[in-house]
Design a binder for this molecule. Structure first.
Ligand code: F6P
Length: 332
């Protein structure tokens, strides 16, 4: 039944803490099943240029705890073209790859779907600090990124409290506000701005700072997902509306680095293991996901149209912590 003799593994798109743990799990599970494992470097681009490194039990040793990705990552314009993808198929044939495990986010999986349509079996493992992959509750890297942002914002709060200031902090999330909302709850933000929710500046920022001040607070923390607008611009608008001198901090790529925490190491290891198991069982062209805490396999085409909505109950809980609020059961 196991026709797979050799697989490739790659990381693509924005890196995320725990990608190395996933690479290690894929390589070790493959080797344990008598399958050779080849690391493809620099994402889909490496498949086009035949940029590879054979992986052994030893070569993936001591990477479990390391941030970044030993395989490097990239976003490949060439892979978006048919010509590029045909070169990638040629590399798979030349290297004798029976399947590819692709670790990344939605963009990576769109590439995976195209490759699978050209006859190369693919399995996807979701890893992005944005946690914005529709078919899975959780993506590798999200928890570590949340903790990194929280650590930074806790430090900011100390100095904002001392100086009785307003802080505007921009966290990552070009298209998704999961990071901003989870972090906002965890740091007790005055307001959280996310791309999923059209910002009404007077209602969502000015009024919230004003109410917080009337409740007796003298420092304020506004968390902005990058996709909700520029923190610098929000800072200027707060100055104009309320006469304060906000301090703006853009956390940026620091959120993508660092050693993966327990949740990311453990999830990455399980997902990598199940990705190879899917191949061994002949279940190709799927994405590995977590749902209700368990691991599931979702066909790529289905996975790519699944949507994950920001949980609005969390938004209300965040607001309720500042200003109280009635219980509403909108946890859907
Ligand atoms: O990894 C996802 C993400 O962090 C987005 O939130 C962000 O907009 C993007 O990556 C930026 O990545 P880069 O600077 O590598 O293009």
């Amino acid at each position: 039944m196991n026709k797979i003799k050799r697989i490739g593994v790659l990381t693509s798109g924005g890196d995320a803490p725990g990608m190395n743990a996933a690479v290690r799990a894929v390589a070790r599970t493959a080797l344990a099943n008598g399958i050779e494992c080849v690391g493809i470097r620099r994402g889909w681009q490496g498949l086009i240029t035949s940029d590879f490194v054979p992986l052994t039990r030893e070569s993936v040793g001591h990477i479990l705890s390391r941030g970044g990705t030993i395989l490097y990552t990239a976003r490949s314009d060439e892979f978006m073209t048919e010509k590029g993808r045909l070169k990638a198929v040629a590399t798979c044939k030349m290297l004798g790859l029976d399947a590819v495990v692709a670790i990344g986010g939605d963009g990576t999986f769109r590439g995976a779907l195209e490759l699978s349509r050209l006859g190369i079996p693919v399995v996807g493992v979701p890893a992005t600090i944005d946690n914005d992959v529709g078919c899975t509750n959780y993506t590798i890297g999200f928890d570590t990124a949340c903790n990194t942002a929280i650590e930074c914002i806790d430090k900011l709060r100390d100095t904002m409290q001392s100086h009785e200031r307003c802080s505007v902090v921009e966290v990552m999330g070009r298209n998704a506000g999961f990071l901003a909302l989870y972090v906002g709850i965890a740091v007790g933000a005055t307001a959280v701005l996310v791309p999923e929710h059209q910002t009404d500046f007077d209602r969502d920022v000015v009024e919230r700072i004003r109410e917080s001040r009337l409740a007796g607070n003298t420092h304020f923390m506004i968390v902005v997902a990058e996709g909700a607008g520029s923190a610098v611009e929000f800072g200027k608008k707060i100055h104009d509306a309320l006469g304060m001198e906000p301090r703006v901090t853009v956390l940026g790529h620091i959120q993508r680095g660092g050693a993966p925490n327990a949740r990311d190491r453990e999830t990455a290891t399980r997902m990598g293991y199940y990705a190879v198991n899917a191949l061994v069982e002949g279940n190709t062209n799927c994405i590995i996901g977590t749902q209700e805490g368990g691991i599931v396999q979702i066909p790529i085409e289905e996975a790519l149209v699944m949507k994950k909505h920001l949980q609005m109950d969390r938004y209300r809980i965040m607001e309720a912590m500042q200003f109280g609020g009635l219980y509403t059961n909108d946890n859907k």
